[in-house]
Every structure is written in structure tokens, then in C-alpha cells.
Write a protein that binds this ligand. Structure first.
Ligand code: NAP
Ligand code: MG
Length: 500
């Protein structure tokens, strides 16, 4: 494996200045595929986070950003998109090293991130309110749309640049300011993004980044009284903690959480296409993906042959060094995550599921790798059917009727996304209606467009990101009621007093 990998040292951005932690503390990130230190970061604490919030507060209350014409904000966001593209290869390299994901997937993630900034740039000029000219001759109603204020953003390690790009450009588009806390495992590209934003002309204090432990920096950001909104992507468990902390000042909370997403394959589907999408859907990003198609529901009449084909296809998926362009499945991001996957695979065996492939750590000299895994004979009550594994593990179940498939699909706490595979029009429409999830893919899987809202039903989240819906997310509405002409409807005027 690669021994030329260097350690990079990063600083936080607070109020337009690059700084270490106030107490000088640092932490390191090792590449999960190479066991080499690839990043050294300030270990921020409460003092650092408070300074970042104060800067974002000042930039919002007094600075130019919320007051700037949309066209000027738009130009800056478009320059950020160009800036991302200009260093795309390096960003992908950092992402692959810190997260363990294959470089080919990291490249795709960086391209999609730039696209999100480009799309959000158009919203700067498309953020508008409403008027009511129907309230009578002496009244005009205006609905002003205003930025919500300082937004705290907390992101996970699985798609670091992509997920911050699902939040930050949309919040900036409407005039908010931000404090970002990236996951400790993967802060590199978020800090590089802050450099790009600065070079693009984002005023000081509008974007602040503080690295450090979630239990300290993230918790402080969640409870901070000068933060108006919190946008969090991560696990459902931490999402609950964030809500708990946010109650101090009743800040608005938007959550993108976990998933246990079914891919439902009917006998009449294009089975070749479904096969590829099932294998992609579960092993993409090592299964460390909120949208992972981690449950396969296959119609009983084709189950045996389809499951066999899945196993054969999964057996040939290339696992290995994320920096190898041919790799499809890289390293597991952390020891903690690795342990969780191993534990759930053990639970699958113990609860009686049939292990058809994998189930083991791969023997490698460095790093943590898990072989693509398939369990069949899974029952909806088993842990591997209900819990988010966040690893390359597929749980296969069978069904007879569409109604049964919908029931099983809906039988978890989650409701993030689902895939439906059938050539029958009625089937795909009825399944799309029946499944309680924020995104349904029909004869495709895991596409994404900045135009379309994204988010979870049930315990997969709160609120929606993307598209014009993100304008709603990051704005407040203010009603201005304006009286016109002489006032006629006095509440009380003493007898005999004339109008002045
Ligand atoms: P996580 O453990 O919930 O962490 C997410 C973020 O929260 C990290 O930055 C973490 O910081 C921080 N954090 C930890 N404790 C905190 C606390 N008490 N208060 C505030 N913040 C705190 O999730 P993860 O393990 O990074 O990511 C995997 C999860 O994210 C999965 O459940 C996955 O489904 C979900 N996810 C959802 C989506 C979606 O859009 N729905 C997308 C991607 C991932 P540190 O890690 O630095 O300590
Ligand atoms: Mg975690």
C-alpha cells in the first residue's frame, strides 16, 4: 500500500482568521485503510465554539451578508462551486484518505458537491415572500421572508463534503451565517471548503468551522442560545440528544438521520438492472450510507435465482485500497463502526439468518476491511432487519404480495428511502404511495438532484433539505400589515372629539 501519504495540518476558521484551539490542543486522524496519520486538527472546546458563534452572530446582526443583494451572494456561491472544481482531485484524495471510501466514489462526491453550490447560487435570486392585495381598500399585507439567523451545522463522517454542501450553500443563499462542526474523523474537506469560501469573497464571520469532539463542540453548538437553528446529519441517537439540547432557546432543528432502506424487487422487473442496483445500493460507500439499500425484499417466485445472482455478483465486487481507481469497497471508517458491524453480523447468525457470503473481516496487512456480506432467510423481527448496520451487509427477505411487501418495508422505525423494481405501472405507483419514506426510487436507486426535497419520515429525520424547500428551512416569515389612507375604525374616541 501507499507509503508516500503525508500528514496535513489544519486550522479552524473563526471570524475570518485561521486559528488553533485556544488551549493549543490537537488531535489526529489516521487513514482507516493505511493506518497512517493523514490529518492533524485543533481540538476545539467550548471557548473556541463560543468565539465562533459570537463571530457568526456579529456577522448576522451587523455584517453585510444578510443585507447584500441576492445577485452579489449568488456570484460568491457560484465562485465557490468553481473553487471546488478547481481542486476536485485533491479534495477527493483527502476524502478517500480520511473516510476510507474508494477514490472513484470520492470523485463523484466532489462533483455533486460543486453542483449543489451551483444550484444554491440560483436560489439567492429566487428567495421571495408574498403579498395580499385582497384585504380591503385600506390594507396591504406583505409577507417578508428573512434569513433565520445563525445556523449551527453538525455533519457525519460518511459523506463529509457532500453533506455540508447539502446545508451550507442553501443557508448562505438566503443570508444566514453559520458555525460548522464536522465529524472528528473527516474534517479535512470541510476546512478546505472554508478556504475556498474565503477566496470566493465570503465576508469574515459568515462561515466559521470548529473541529473537536461532538460531545463537547457539537453539544455546545446544540444548546447555544445565540444559535437560531441547528441543522444536523447523523445518527438517530445523537439526533435525539440534539433536540434535547436545543430546547434551551427553542431553536429550530432540522435532522437528517438514519435509514434501513428496502429495495423491493417484483418478479416482473428488469432483473438484470435490479441486480446491479441491489449490489450497488448496499455496498456503495461500504454500506456506510444513510440511503444504503440494506434490506432486499424479493418476490418469492424469483427469490432463489435472484438471491443466487446477488451473491455471485457481490462475490466479485473489488474490495481494497481506496486509492486504487478499481476499488469499489474501501475501508471501514472507524474501529467503533467496525465493531458495530461485526456485532450485528453475529446477531444475524445468532438469530438464525442464513449467511450466504462474507460475514468476516478481510485479512489485510493494514486497515479494516469487511467482505461484502449477504444474509438470507431474514425475518422482519431480527436485529439485522431493523437496525441500521452501516456496513456492507445485505439482509434478504421474501414476500408474496405487494401489500405484504409494503407492510415489511414499513416495519422499522426508519423512513428515509426505498427502491421499487417492477415494470407494472400500478405496482410502482401503489408502492410509492404505500411506503412511508421521504424518497422512493422507481427502477433506479440512489440518484439525487438538488431540485428535489430530501429527508426522512418517522425517525429518519425532521424537515427537508434541497430545492426551494430549503428556502423554507432557513427562513422566517414576517407579516407586515400596512394601513392605507385615513383611519376609519376607531376603537374608542371620547364623545364630541373630532378627528384630528
Ligand atoms: P453520529 O455519531 O450521530 O455523529 C454525527 C455528528 O454529531 C458528528 O459530527 C459527531 O461528532 C456529532 N456529535 C456526537 N455527539 C454529539 C452530541 N452529543 N451533540 C452534538 N453533536 C454530537 O453519526 P456518525 O456516526 O458520524 O454518522 C453515521 C450516522 O449518520 C448514521 O446513522 C447515518 O444514517 C446518518 N446519516 C444520515 C444522513 C441523512 O441525510 N439522513 C446522511 C449521512 C449519514 P464526532 O463524531 O466528531 O464526535
Ligand atoms: Mg459517531
Amino acid at each position: 500500500m501507499n507509503t508516500a501519504i503525508a500528514t496535513r495540518t489544519y486550522e479552524n476558521l473563526i471570524d475570518g482568521r485561521w486559528v488553533g484551539a485556544q488551549d493549543g490542543a490537537t488531535f489526529e486522524r489516521q487513514s482507516p485503510a493505511h493506518d497512517l496519520v493523514v490529518g492533524r486538527y485543533p481540538q476545539g472546546g467550548i471557548v473556541d465554539l463560543d468565539a465562533a458563534v459570537a463571530a457568526a452572530r456579529r456577522a448576522f446582526d451587523e455584517g453585510p451578508w444578510p443585507r447584500m443583494a441576492g445577485v452579489e451572494r449568488s456570484r460568491i456561491l457560484a465562485r465557490v462551486a468553481d473553487g471546488i472544481r478547481a481542486v476536485a482531485d485533491d479534495l477527493a484524495y483527502v476524502e478517500a484518505l480520511e473516510s476510507g471510501k474508494p477514490i472513484s466514489q470520492a470523485n463523484g462526491e466532489i462533483t455533486s458537491s460543486a453542483d449543489l453550490w451551483e444550484y444554491a447560487a440560483t436560489l439567492c435570486r429566487h428567495t421571495y415572500g408574498d403579498t395580499y392585495n385582497t384585504l380591503g381598500p385600506d390594507m396591504l399585507g406583505l409577507v417578508l421572508r428573512e434569513p433565520i439567523g445563525v445556523v449551527g451545522m453538525i455533519t457525519p463522517w460518511n459523506f463529509p463534503l457532500l453533506i455540508i454542501s447539502q446545508k451550507l450553500p442553501f443557508a448562505l443563499a438566503v443570508g444566514c451565517t453559520a458555525v460548522v462542526k464536522p465529524a472528528e474523523f473527516t474534517p479535512g474537506t470541510t476546512i478546505r471548503l472554508a478556504e475556498i469560501c474565503q477566496a470566493a469573497g465570503l465576508p469574515d464571520g459568515v462561515l466559521n468551522v470548529v473541529t473537536g469532539p461532538g460531545s463537547v463542540v457539537g453539544a455546545r453548538l446544540s444548546e447555544h442560545v445565540d444559535v437560531d437553528m441547528l441543522s444536523f446529519t447523523g445518527s438517530t441517537a445523537v439526533g435525539r440528544r440534539v433536540i434535547e439540547a436545543s430546547k434551551i432557546n427553542l431553536k429550530k432543528v432540522e435532522l437528517e438521520l438514519g435509514g434501513k432502506n428496502p429495495q423491493i424487487v417484483f418478479a416482473d422487473a428488469d432483473l438484470e438492472a435490479a441486480l446491479d442496483a441491489v449490489v450497488f445500493g448496499v455496498y456503495f460507500n461500504m454500506g456506510e450510507c444513510c440511503n444504503s439499500g440494506s434490506r432486499l425484499l424479493v418476490q418469492r417466485s424469483i427469490a432463489d435465482s435472484f438471491i443466487e445472482a446477488v451473491v455471485e455478483r457481490a462475490r466479485t465486487v473489488p474490495v481494497g485500497d481506496p486509492l486504487d481507481p478499481a476499488t469499489k469497497v474501501g475501508a471501514i471508517a472507524s474501529e467503533e463502526q467496525f465493531g458495530k458491524i461485526m456485532e450485528l453480523m453475529d446477531a444475524g447468525r445468532a438469530e438464525g439468518a442464513r449467511l450466504l457470503l462474507g460475514g468476516e473481516r478481510l485479512a489485510t496487512e493494514q486497515g479494516r476491511f469487511i467482505q461484502p456480506t449477504v444474509f438470507a432467510g431474514v425475518e422482519p423481527t431480527m436485529r439485522i432487519a431493523r437496525e441500521e448496520i452501516f456496513g456492507p451487509v445485505l439482509s434478504v427477505m421474501t414476500f408474496d404480495t405487494a401489500a405484504e411487501a409494503a407492510r415489511v418495508a414499513n416495519s422499522t422505525q426508519y423512513g428515509l428511502s426505498a427502491g421499487v423494481w417492477s415494470r407494472d405501472f400500478d405496482t410502482v405507483i401503489q408502492m410509492s404511495r404505500a411506503i412511508r419514506a421521504g424518497t422512493i426510487w422507481v427502477n433506479t436507486f440512489m440518484d439525487g438532484y438538488p431540485e428535489l426535497p430530501f429527508g426522512g419520515y418517522k425517525e429518519s429525520g425532521l424537515g427537508r433539505e434541497f430545492g426551494r424547500f430549503s428556502i423554507d428551512a432557513f427562513t422566517e416569515l414576517k407579516s407586515v400589515q400596512m394601513h392605507l389612507g385615513p383611519r376609519t375604525n376607531w376603537w374608542h374616541r371620547p364623545a364630541g372629539e373630532a378627528a384630528r
